[in-house]
Design a protein around this ligand. Sequence first.
Ligand code: FES
Ligand code: FES
Length: 175
Amino acid sequence: PVPTMPVSFEVNGRRQELTLDTRTTLLDALREHLHLTGSKKGCDHGQCGACTVMVNGVRINSCLSLAVQHQGDKITTIEGLGTPDKLHPMQAAFVKHDGYQCGYCTPGQICSAVAVLDEIKRGIPSHVQADVSARPQVTNMEMRERMSGNICRCGAYSNIAEAMADVAGVEEARA
Ligand code: FES
Ligand code: FES
């Protein structure tokens, strides 16, 4: 028999109770069981970032995480960030700066972008930072490095960087 387990977590402010095959990823639980199809399955191997969601405020690749590991967690997907008539500031900035083309990577890019600015604000060092005791600065380099796990096949990177710079209030230097 297929091993199943009950799990209860909050998604975009709503409590969800599911009984899942223990092998179900968080991404599949969101898409297949809760019909929240904003989070995308690009690679299903942790390589593209299209499935990025926030768990208790921290971004993760939901394809690499089992849903049953998230008992009691607060999960935010792109559907929970804003609505078409009330966009999150990062969503509005992506629209303003044309931060997408086909849009497939966009939900992951936006969830990541929101979490990146929060990470920098909270002083969380990136793995490439030489001096981990130094607080990270909001710079274009820093934002681009931290967004490097979100791949865009359409190559909208410079527009994504502009959108993030706009929200962060820094000048975006075109390479
Ligand atoms: Fe999760 Fe690509 S689908 S990283
Ligand atoms: Fe098409 Fe990024 S907008 S993959």
